[in-house]
Write a protein that binds this ligand. Structure first.
Ligand code: CTP
Ligand code: MG
Length: 231
């Protein structure tokens, strides 16, 4: 049985949450670690569920935690929980396989981007609804970027104005994401990358600084601070 959120919604959101969180340091799987007293995944799912277009949420959890994650999220939103895989791509594929018939827009959203505003979920979904096959939220790159060789010698300066930092949720027409995952070869960290390999156009929409990926201890401290300011 697949749990349903808003029966009139046209969006399924896949939430890969099966990673270990190695860069955060020793401890529980990252999605289950506390942020202001609640697991990161609870913050992430609460914000996704607040987006009115969302029909279904499928979470890919660490394989040993499927029951615990389901119990943890039940008070937050109706969700389907499946066991994730060894790589992010496998976790996304497992979640994609559990999407029921109905939603024709599929978003993929990292649990680690726990403070992502519901409005970003809506704007990515709206761009797919408007006819774009694949949509990614992006921010301008603020630092100067250098290309270096193996000895850390600078080879050149990259034109920053042509670069974008990519966030999630990434949005797709359902058939496009299914085809991309069916033909996936090497593991990528990014679903739009799979779609690009199919030769399909990927469109950018403005991202949000609140959609930062909690990766290192500094990011967790920053997220704690942002929550304390009422975000
Ligand atoms: N993810 C997943 N399955 C995996 C690996 C990652 O579902 N096998 C998820 C993570 O839970 C996270 C998102 O993909 O929500 C982005 O990955 P990342 O930030 O790299 O998280 P981790 O892999 O947990 O962190 P690390 O790479 O530091 O171990
Ligand atoms: Mg990882």
């Amino acid at each position: 049985m697949t749990a349903q959120l808003n029966p009139r919604g046209d969006v399924a959101v896949l939430v890969p949450a099966a990673g270990a969180g190695v860069r955060l340091g020793p401890g529980a799987p990252k999605a289950l670690r506390p942020l202001a007293g609640e697991p990161l995944l609870v913050h992430a799912v609460r914000r996704v569920a607040a987006a009115p277009s969302v029909h279904t949420i499928v979470v890919a959890a660490p394989a040993t935690e499927v029951e615990a994650v389901h119990a943890m999220l039940a008070p937050v939103a109706p969700v389907t929980v499946v066991p994730g895989g060894a790589e992010r791509q496998a976790s996304v594929a497992a979640a994609l396989a559990a999407v029921p018939a109905g939603p024709e827009i599929v978003l993929v959203h990292d649990a680690a981007r726990a403070l992502t505003p519901p409005g970003l979920v809506e704007s990515v979904a709206a761009a797919v609804r408007d006819g774009h096959d694949a949509v990614i939220p992006v921010l301008p790159v603020v630092d100067t970027v250098k290309e270096v060789d193996a000895a850390e010698r600078v080879l050149g300066t990259v034109d920053r104005s042509a670069l974008r930092a990519v966030q999630t949720p990434q949005g797709f027409r359902r058939s496009v994401l299914l085809a991309a995952h069916r033909s996936a070869g090497d593991a990528l960290t990014d679903d739009a990358g799979l779609v690009e390999k199919q030769g399909i156009a990927v469109t950018c929409v403005p991202g949000s600084e609140l959609a930062l990926k909690i990766t290192r201890p500094f990011d967790l401290s920053l997220a704690e601070h942002l929550l304390s300011t009422g975000v």
